[in-house]
Every structure is written in structure tokens, then in C-alpha cells.
Design a protein around this ligand. Sequence first.
Ligand code: IMP
Ligand code: MG
Length: 194
Amino acid sequence: MMAREIETYGELAAGIQEIVISEEEIQERVAVLGRAISHDYAGRNPLLVGVLKGVLFFMADLLRAITLPVEVDFIAISRYATAGRDQGAVRLVKDLETPIDGRHVLFVEDVIDTGFTLHYLLRTLRARQPASLEVCVLFNKPQHRLIDIPIRYRGFDLPDRFVVGYGLDHRERYRNLPFVGLLKPQVLHDLPTE
Ligand code: IMP
Ligand code: MG
């Protein structure tokens, strides 16, 4: 069944070794998160904020699972080239278009790993004095967490493996897979294929 699901995606999925979270599991979980957010924010017109580009698919599905009037805005960041994975120093290359002072802001992320990126971005947003600021993360990788971030809404805990799909990329590819999968080692490590 899993193998057939991979085959459906043809050339795109040729680099996938195994499905970690299926499309159905993702959609069910996103619906649950949407219901929880709709309940908790009733009457409050929240602003959902996401970081491009990985959050695109989660944001689109989550918005449609929320039964309240909501607004959405995005920021884009670039990581400093010298920083490496553990530094988390990021630069805003696209800021929000929406003023957030006095707004109920829900920060939506696809994946949290060390927590550095989120920590930096939350500090930046908090300085603008929103009425509230909470975090919704679809994929949590707890093994590498270096900064503790309170996560109000959490989708899945992921194993300590590099995964792609549903927004997550490897060199900008695989984002458009509807499931989350493991890459074949030869793709991950850029080895020649047969
Ligand atoms: P951190 O929480 O600051 O370590 O950064 C998390 C960022 O690392 C995410 O926004 C992703 O861009 C990237 N990332 C972490 N794990 C994965 C993965 O398994 N696949 C693809 N990107 C990942
Ligand atoms: Mg990436």
C-alpha cells in the first residue's frame, strides 16, 4: 500500500525510500489542529504568520481547517552562510505586511529542530507587542532541541532523520509530495545512482 502510494508520484518520488507519515495521517492531524485553533480563538480574528517556503502546504491546509475569520501573512528569511546548522542566525528578507501590535498572532511552522530559527523569529515578533503570540508546529524533532520553545499546537514528533515532502525540501525539491518520506541514501548524500 505504501509502495503503491510512492509509485503514484512517479519520477518525483524516485528518490524516496520510505513513507514516514502518510497523506491521510497528515490530513487527519491538520483537521484536528484546525478544530483546536477554531475553538481556542473563537471571537478573536487571529493572524497566522508563516515562514516561506516550507510552511506553504501546511498553512494552506490549516487555514481551510479553521472555521473562524482568519488572516494570513508571511515572512521570508535567509540563514547566514557561515552560521551552520547550530547557529540559527537569520536575516529577514521579507517582513510582514500586517502590523501586529494588539493582534492575536499564531506562528505556524512546518518543522522545528534546534529551535534557533523559531526563537529568533518569536523574539522579533514579540518586540512588536502582539496581544498574544502562540506557536503551531506540524513536525517536531525533539532530539536536537537546543532552545526550549513553548509549542501550543503540535502535529507529529518526527524521528531524528532528514525527511522531505509536504513542504520540506532537499535542495528545493520534493516539497510537493503530499506525504513525508525518507530519502534514499544515495540521494541524501549525493552519491551516483546505478
Ligand atoms: P531549527 O529549528 O532552527 O534547527 O531549524 C529548522 C529548519 O531546518 C526548518 O525550518 C527546515 O528548513 C530545516 N529542517 C530541519 N529538519 C529538516 C528535515 O528533516 N527536512 C527538511 N528540512 C529540515
Ligand atoms: Mg529547507
